[in-house]
Design a binder for this molecule. Structure first.
Ligand code: FAQ
Length: 309
């Protein structure tokens, strides 16, 4: 016989109410959330690196200020998400150690290099665009603290996407060379952006259960399709070509058809063998070690305050 607690949990999820930290929840639900939220937090923190690479070389003070603010926002998103994972009993220090040891994942997209300044605009447009597509439905995810964190994160990501698109619009109305830089960058980032949504549904080990628990509200392929349909008119308005000869409107389906994603490349990157995996993790490890004195000082200060109280 099913326990009263499980009944109550299932009713909460079925009624689209939120599960809160003190509520009873199945172990698998808790473990899935810790896995997804930790990966999401790690992605935000590692995701600071590709764009951070251009802060010192932004072409004007205005562009530098915008980029600094964006990268700082990503740090903030990582912190909300680590805090959400802590409400499930996860330990932040342990999560960071697992990331550095390669035992927890982060999004494949951040293992590609940022070779030109146009990449800053294209990351804003396509990577933040894909992130929004994936995360807006997570504002209705069944776990309360994650859903609430997503509301603020999505507002900021939308702003990021607009700044990327505005940067690209400016470059596209510039010189021939600037337009060529944008096109070259779109050619490199388009396919990795489609990979952000995860493996095809048939190979997605977690989707079915996560949909039943209403952690995920749409499948990987549904969200990828939504992103393609959203990006095609944006690319046309911008004046760039998406690098896929099979990309065509299918009136019957009411969606764009698109070419086959290179899933061999995707799994290679996910398993740690992408162009920048080693560099990204090494940078994170160094930053963590360099920050040890700050954590020690903050802990000592908190202890002192506690004793004084
Ligand atoms: N990269 O069964 P599924 C951002 C793994 S934030 C690496 O389909 P699931 C903001 C997956 O973990 C971007 N690994 O998995 C920003 C699983 O492995 P596991 C991050 C991937 O969880 C913008 C295995 O493959 N966003 O961009 C990837 O149901 C600009 C099987 O996959 C989030 O994390 C991948 N792309 O669905 C920052 C959103 N895809 O753990 C800076 C929340 C799959 O079983 C600059 N997460 N894997 O060993 C999600 O929505 C889901 O976790 C998915 C994957 C959709 C990513």
């Amino acid at each position: 016989m099913q326990s009263r607690e499980l009944d109550q949990f299932e009713q909460t999820v079925a009624a689209d109410h939120r599960v809160e930290p003190r509520d009873w929840m199945p172990d698998g639900y808790r473990a899935t959330l810790v896995r997804q939220i930790a990966q999401h937090a790690h992605s935000e923190i590692i995701g600071m690196q590709p764009e951070g690479n251009w802060i010192s070389r932004a072409p004007s003070l205005r562009r530098k200020a915008i980029l600094l603010a964006k990268v700082q926002d990503e740090a903030g998103h990582g912190l909300y998400l680590y805090a959400a994972a802590e409400t499930l009993g996860a330990d932040r220090e342990e999560l960071t150690e697992k990331l550095i040891a390669g035992r927890q994942k982060y999004s494949s997209i951040f293992n590609y290099p940022t070779l030109t300044y146009a990449d800053v605009g294209v990351i804003g447009w396509l990577v933040d665009g894909a992130a929004i597509c994936n995360q807006v439905p997570l504002c209705r995810t069944s776990y309360g603290p994650y859903a609430r964190a997503m509301i603020r994160v999505c507002k900021e990501e939308s702003f990021h996407q607009r700044q990327g698109y505005e940067l690209l619009m400016t470059m596209m109305s510039g010189t021939e060379q600037q337009r060529a830089l944008v096109q070259e960058s779109v050619d490199r980032w388009w396919w990795p952006s489609l990979m952000m949504f995860g493996p095809p549904d048939a190979e997605s080990s977690n989707t079915e259960q996560s949909m039943l628990w209403r952690i995920k509200r749409h499948t990987n392929d549904e969200l990828r399709q939504r992103f393609v349909d959203m990006s095609v008119p944006q690319a046309a308005k911008l004046g760039v070509t998406l690098p896929d000869p099979h990309l065509v409107w299918n009136a019957e389906r009411g969606h764009h058809d698109f070419g086959e994603i290179d899933w061999t490349e995707f799994w290679q990157v996910v398993k740690g063998d992408g162009p920048c995996n080693a560099q990204r993790v090494e940078h994170r490890r160094r930053a963590h070690e360099d920050g040890a004195w700050v954590r020690e000082a903050a802990t000592a200060y908190a202890r002192k305050k506690e004793q004084a109280a």
